[in-house]
Design a protein around this ligand. Structure first.
Ligand SMILES: O=c1ccn([C@@H]2O[C@H](COP(=O)(O)O)[C@@H](O)[C@H]2O)c(=O)[nH]1
Length: 584
């Protein structure tokens, strides 16, 4: 762990079940490879995860089992370790590349910016030779303009200890917000391609489909149907991502899916038993059984890693893992990520508090931050409506130091304010309601409202306000000898297989859904103005233009002008410096 990481707190634990074939999954790590430095339960770093994977591989080898590591994309954007360098990711590609991942694919975040997509092609793909799969993604060679596969379309291999024959794919959901140096082919179209049709006819013991794809979305439904249609009982193991939740799916008795949350909070664990390996007799125990699947969502901290490996502070770390932790420490130091801009007087929550409320980060943004930031000297005195999508904000602010790192954690995107001058107030005043309600006006333009909020909203369709629960430890083995523990707040996942998936027993957290966008009205006169400047984050331009058209206005991209030179991230840091003191 990083030197400033808080020590994890002991909690009641549920053990891992090992099978023939076992998996560790990461997804949506978004640059959090230093771990969480303000939350003890997620405080292990990428170096610790390297040690953990290594120790688990040793165990698998000793017992003749197999262990595969999976990563399903969105490795970048969301943390100073990636975002604070110039060019971005100067340190993270090497750090991430130290993990020995068996099957890896791309997320949408690797593709928003052309430079990030280029680095994916030149750095990450070669860091994982033969392991990186791009089943529905092409890259456009900047020198020749030629459209080429980002990486190989699928992978055939046999596992190390049991020789299980695997055919593996790596997909991205039907994403359309990519820069123009990549091409994402819709999954349904890819299924029709000859190479895919040939691949699903391969003689194999199992299929593994990894993807930056939600487990219950249309893309995996189509892939499941295509593979199962040709292979009536071959095991299929899916790994998902994108919606940032801990999740599982049972497609049928021989097909399951796992998704390992977000931000290095969770390491996903899946185990399979009952795979029939061609030419080998099955063990007596699983001879007649169909596939058996278990899952765990491992909280990413050292106490949990010790518990699951049966090791301790001195026997757990590997030299490789320790060296990677040291590289992360050095990179953070070089980037000045601990530099304190000011001290947050209290916690501000994205989803743990309702909007609007005193504890909501969006209320703070709307009432305190935007009115001060959205100010262009040459348009002084012009009343303005400032809009941002809520998905532009990625993480809570905790009471205490708001560092250079925190600015990227909260606002990682190159979000620039743009504006349309002198928009009739009658139209401008309707935009927030229109964008928040969504509906046909946006659908007709190919815009989905789920693209405006944080990805958690894809899966969480109503507020979660837990009842106070009575703790029942059941058969779990307590860690640290606690008998009636004060549970640490955290994930209390309820998935398709039940409520016992989390490796750590937590007290539950609330989740309040928030609107797609928020607005601030700035320098408004007492009397309703005739015209206003409409200022917004550039990311939401298509929604603003579609909504304006609906109100009867005829604005095009050409009417959208730059408003402030600095991006929101820099402006936010400046606001913190001006408004919050140094007394934490
Ligand atoms: O420039 C950007 C890019 C993205 N967003 C928001 O992020 C989500 C997507 O997040 P994932 O982690 O890929 O799932 C998108 O829906 C936007 O809300 C943004 O605001 N600005």
């Amino acid at each position: 762990a990083q030197p400033s990481a808080p020590s994890p707190v002991a909690a009641p634990m549920r053990p891992l079940t090992w099978g023939q074939l076992n998996f560790l999954q990461t997804t949506d790590t978004h640059g959090w490879h230093a771990g969480h430095l303000q939350e003890p339960q997620y405080s292990a770093d990428w170096g610790d995860y390297i040690s953990f994977a290594n120790r688990m591989r040793e165990k698998a080898d000793k017992e003749g089992r197999d262990l595969l590591l999976i990563d399903t994309g969105d490795r970048i954007e969301g943390n100073g370790l990636y975002d604070a360098s110039n060019p971005k990711g100067q340190y993270t590609y090497d750090i991430f590349g130290q993990q020995d991942i068996d099957i890896i694919c791309t997320g949408n975040h690797e593709l928003y910016q052309a430079d990030a997509a280029a680095r994916e092609y030149t750095n990450t793909v070669p860091n994982f030779p033969g392991k990186y799969i791009a089943s529905n993604l092409d890259y456009i060679n900047p020198k020749t303009g030629e459209q080429i596969p980002m990486a190989q379309r699928y992978r055939k291999f046999t596992t190390k200890n049991q020789g299980i024959r695997v055919v593996a794919f790596g997909f991205l959901f039907d994403f359309s917000g990519n820069a123009n140096n990549t091409v994402v082919q819709p999954v349904e179209k890819t299924i029709q391609e000859q190479w895919f049709q040939d691949a699903i006819r391969e003689d194999t013991d199992m299929f593994i489909v990894i993807g930056h794809v939600t487990l219950h979305g249309p893309e995996y439904k189509a892939l499941y149907k295509a593979i199962r249609g040709r292979n009536w009982d071959t095991p299929i193991q899916f790994f998902g991502g994108h919606s940032h939740i801990r999740d599982v799916a049972k497609y049928d008795a021989n097909a399951y899916g796992l998704q390992a949350g977000r931000y290095m909070e969770t390491i996903g664990w899946a185990s399979l038993d009952g795979i029939r390996i061609k030419g080998k007799q099955l063990e007596k125990t699983s001879e007649s059984a169909s596939l058996s699947f278990t899952r765990r969502y491992i909280d990413n901290n050292l106490l949990g890693y010790y518990y699951h490996t049966g090791l301790d502070e001195s026997s757990f770390p590997t030299e490789h893992g320790t060296n990677v932790s040291a590289s992360i420490r050095d990179a953070r130091k070089t980037l000045g990520l601990d530099h304190n801009y000011g001290c947050a007087p209290k916690d501000f929550w994205l989803n743990r508090a309702p909007f609007p409320s005193n504890d909501s980060l969006f209320t703070w943004l709307q009432d305190s931050v935007l009115p001060e930031l959205v100010h262009l000297p040459e348009r002084k005195g012009v009343p303005r409506i400032a809009l941002t999508n809520t998905g532009a904000m990625r993480f809570d602010i905790f009471k205490g130091a708001f560092t250079r790192d925190t600015t990227y954690i909260v606002s990682p995107f190159i979000s620039k304010f743009v504006y349309i001058k002198d928009v009739p107030y009658v139209s401008a005043s309707q935009l927030l309601r229109l964008i928040n309600n969504g509906g046909p006006v946006f659908e007709a333009a190919g815009l989905q409202k789920s693209q405006l909020t944080s990805p958690e909203h894809i899966a969480i369709k109503s507020d979660i306000i837990p009842e106070p629960e009575v703790y029942n430890p059941g058969p779990q083995s307590p860690l640290g000898g606690l008998s009636t523990p004060d549970l640490v707040p955290g994930y209390t996942t309820k998935d398709e297989l039940g409520d016992d998936g989390d490796d750590t027993v937590h007290s539950p957290l609330t989740f309040y859904r928030v609107p797609n966008c928020i607005e601030s009205r700035i320098e408004f006169p007492e009397k309703t103005p005739e015209k206003v400047d409409l200022v917004f984050i550039d990311f939401i331009t298509p929604w603003v233009l579609a909504a304006l058209t609906f109100t009867g206005e005829k604005y095009t991209k050409g009417d959208v002008l730059p408003y402030l030179k600095d991006g929101f991230t820099e402006l936010l840091a400046e606001w913190i410096k001006q408004n919050w003191g140094q007394d934490c």
